[in-house]
Design a protein around this ligand. Structure first.
Ligand code: 13P
Length: 256
């Protein structure tokens, strides 16, 4: 049985004091019941260290929203895996659709970032997902398959099994129009089949797959009840302690 994982992607939100306050409310409010679920907070870079310090010793982990693949050097504006580890991160989101669409992130960059993250001891959350146009023209599976193959190229089976894949259809992100549980499960199944082709049945069964896109406390159960879905990557609803705790609760209760 795969362990559930709920991650909050704060995107470009929260000052340091606001982030510390939210992290504190979550670690106080979620403390006792989250033993059966990995919970990860991904603040903006500026708040990573302060949030990590605030929840040190709790069950909650900290992740970043992006990373560069080089360790150090003349890469103005970039942050390395080693720097993220130094700041208290154990996770990193890679290849979010906003980075792909707005900042030109390619499958090749995602692959380099994934390899760098793994070798630095960071656990990657690899984001994949189709646009509305791609879904409407019937190429959603093909697009997501290509993204998965691109991300995992040259990654060993042992390393691959530690990764998390977040299936986030672009049309569902921030729109209030979530996928259905059934459709998300079918895409997660297709991702698992792709991993089985690349590696083995065992690796494909070990990789955890999240759904992301307009997840709320009220619809989490629909996704969590699906056999192929092991958690959620949450944007907007991760910015409020009550909502995020409600999502974690729904995740845990649905997998009982
Ligand atoms: P929303 O939950 O705001 O739709 O965002 C999803 C997302 O992009 C998480 O990475």
């Amino acid at each position: 049985m795969r362990r559930s994982i709920v991650a909050g992607n704060w995107k470009m939100n929260k000052t340091i004091p606001d982030g510390v306050e939210l992290a504190g409310a979550l670690s106080d409010g979620a403390g006792e019941f989250i033993d059966s679920c990995d919970v990860v907070l991904c603040p903006p870079f500026t708040a990573v260290k302060a949030v990590a310090d605030r929840i040190l010793g709790s069950e909650i982990d900290v992740g970043a929203q992006d990373v560069h693949w080089e360790s150090s050097g003349a890469f103005t504006g970039e942050v390395s895996c080693e720097m993220l580890v130094d700041a208290g991160c154990s996770w990193v989101i890679i290849g979010h659709s906003e980075r792909r669409a707005m900042f030109g992130e390619t499958d090749d960059a995602v692959n380099k970032k994934m390899k760098a993250a793994i070798s630095a001891g960071l656990k990657p959350v690899i984001c994949v997902g189709e646009t509305l146009a791609q879904r409407e023209e019937g190429s959603a599976s093909e697009v997501v398959r290509r993204q998965v193959k691109g991300a995992f190229a040259g990654v060993s089976g042992e390393d691959a099994s530690k990764a998390v894949v977040a299936y986030e259809p672009v049309w569902a992100i921030g729109t209030g129009r979530a996928s259905t549980g059934e459709d998300a499960n079918a895409m997660a199944r297709m991702i698992r089949d792709t991993l089985a082709e690349l590696y083995s049945h065992d690796v494909s069964e070990a990789v955890r797959i999240q759904y992301g896109g307009s997840v709320k406390p009220g619809n989490m159960a629909e996704f969590a009840q699906q056999p192929e879905i092991d958690g959620a990557l949450v944007g907007g609803a991760s910015l409020k302690a009550d909502d995020f705790i409600g999502i974690i609760r729904a995740m845990i209760d649905s997998k009982k």
